[in-house]
Design a protein around this ligand. Structure first.
Ligand SMILES: [Fe+2]
Length: 374
């Protein structure tokens, strides 16, 4: 058996943990803090509360609240411009995956101003480490709070570009399940299924090992048991905490083992149609698993014990979706299929899928996951 595993992020996890953010920043010797967030969280008063928490430590705080879902280069540029004006020592990113990814992308671009953000995809182009980023997730699903990756939309193609690896690890993750209690049921389900897809894809990844698979198992166990409860009762802190821990474990595994074809395909669909990331993953998961089935049959059989009824994995997955009341359809255009497919083949996530897909097979999978519009 050969195992390798790493984690460089200082992780703090508890209900109410947000209040420790100022202390963490102060202890690191940082003085100027730029909060990254989105307009919805600003409206809900989240960024104001964070600003107050941090300011209590005699630190200077500014807010950039312009992050949008599936963030494009233009948004990152606005964040970098705000940082140039304010000159922060650290970014405190509070939000879902889009906010955390935007903060990491802005952090690496800020430190390497002579390059374009998409040039920085190549680690060799990054002379300087990312401006320190502290992540404070408000959804339980992204995993971005502890990964060294930022997924940014290139609207020219359109495509999602994964920028990451060396010099892009967050300094700390402040994980507070209380923050997810404002999340509506639908988004709780979609983001939770994103976490589930991280755990399952990392478990089946070509780079997985026994240690990573154990982590994935624990993540899925929590998500299967508690996601239906969290989606049903917004204020159920026990369920919210367990789902958040499931998401963290899945993120940890994904950082070490990579993902698979679900994410390889999903990123393209989100870039083309601005669909929610967890939702597109949830729709892709059943057909892609069926496609992979013969190549990971034993691993999937080992997961049967996760479910209350010990049936075939695909059947169990369907029951899990039903327990969430998950039922949704999305359209994609037939004319876009060749480009969606070509980009999927190139995507970094597709490379660790247990089965190497051909272009024709990917097109067919798109047709099974989505409604094809002429
Ligand atoms: Fe994801």
């Amino acid at each position: 058996m050969s195992l390798s595993f790493h984690s460089k992020v200082d992780i703090r996890f508890s209900a109410g943990e947000t209040k420790s953010t100022g202390g963490i920043i102060k202890a690191a010797g940082w003085q100027r803090v730029l909060i990254f967030t989105d307009p919805r969280l600003k409206e809900l008063g989240f960024s104001q509360r964070l600003k107050e928490i941090i300011s209590k430590n005699n630190l200077t705080v500014e807010v950039f609240s312009g992050v949008k879902p599936n963030p494009k280069k233009e948004i990152i540029k606005q964040g970098v411009e705000k940082a140039r004006y304010f000159e922060p020592d650290v970014i405190a990113a509070m939000g879902g995956g889009s906010v955390l990814d935007a903060a990491k992308a802005a952090g690496i671009w800020y430190s390497n101003p002579d390059k374009d953000i998409f040039q920085l995809k190549d680690p060799g182009e990054r002379k300087n480490p990312m401006l320190p980023v502290i992540t404070i997730p408000t959804t339980a699903g992204t995993g971005s709070e502890i990964t060294s990756w930022a997924v940014i939309t290139d609207p020219g193609k359109p495509a999602k570009v994964s920028i990451g690896g060396e010099k892009m690890t967050p300094a700390a993750a402040v994980i507070d399940p209380e923050l997810t209690r404002s999340l509506p049921s639908e988004l709780t389900i979609w983001t939770g299924l994103d976490a589930f897809s991280h755990a399952l894809e990392a478990y089946l990844s070509k780079f997985a090992n026994a240690f990573i698979q154990e982590i994935c198992y624990l993540a899925m166990k929590r998500l299967i048991k508690y996601l239906p409860r969290a989606a049903d009762k917004r204020k159920d802190l026990t369920a919210r905490t367990e789902v958040m821990l499931g998401s963290l474990l899945a993120g940890w595994a994904m950082e070490n083992a990579g993902l698979g074809l679900v994410h390889g395909m999903s990123h393209q669909v989100s870039a083309f149609y601005n669909y929610q990331h967890g939702l597109t993953n949830a729709l892709l998961l059943p057909p892609v698993l069926e496609y992979n089935y013969e190549y990971c049959k034993e691993e999937l059989q080992d997961l049967a014990g996760l479910f209350p009824e010990n049936k075939d994995f695909l059947e169990n997955l369907e029951r899990f979706y039903n327990s969430l009341g998950f039922k949704k359809e999305l359209e994609i255009k037939r004319a876009d299929l060749p480009q969606l497919t070509a980009q999927t083949l190139e995507n970094v996530n597709s490379q660790t899928n247990p089965r190497k897909p051909a272009a024709q097979e990917i097109e067919e999978l798109f047709g099974r996951a989505f409604i094809i519009k002429e």
